[in-house]
Design a protein. Sequence first.
Length: 206
Amino acid sequence: MAKTKKITALFLDIGGVLLTNGWDRTMRRKAAEHFDLDYDDLDERHHMVFDAYEEGKLSIDEYLNLVVFHCKRSFKFNNFKEFLFKQTQPLPDMIDIFKSIPDKNSLKIGAISNEGRELTIYRVSHFGLKEFVQFFICSCFVHFRKPDKDIYRIALDVAQTIPEQSLYVDDRKLHTEVARSLGMNVIHHMDIATTKRKLAEYGLNA
């Protein structure tokens, strides 16, 4: 794998790379079981409105009113929302890798993430991501979602780097394929050992 340019900007997905996913299919099924909801109804409603939520066009309260609280429930709104937020867990070994990179390499680190505003702010703050991530290109802030190419273009512009000097890490292969189509270097994250080895191949030692 030939590398012709030094990496000056490292872009990271959040869910699946630094933290567990924010509100994925597994978590929705868990919520349905915990609160005795019709999962199929919840999931269908979710898919109809979640793009708007992730693009910052719906608040989390508006999203939940459409998806969960469109009819009377036996549980309180805030109890469900608290349950949703608490599903996020850190991936500490991955966080440690990317925390160490700025100390050993001169480069910018940014996040490119699909997530709603309230959940993004909670996850970034609660898990200390600002300690090593300098800027956050999140769908709720910029109103584009991966795999839209514009969210990657915004990240490159904010970092003031060219695609050939950037590296993007994501656990979803499709998202890395779109980034590669723009000329960015990519790592499809599947496990810690492989990602660490590939980072070293790009000259980024953790």
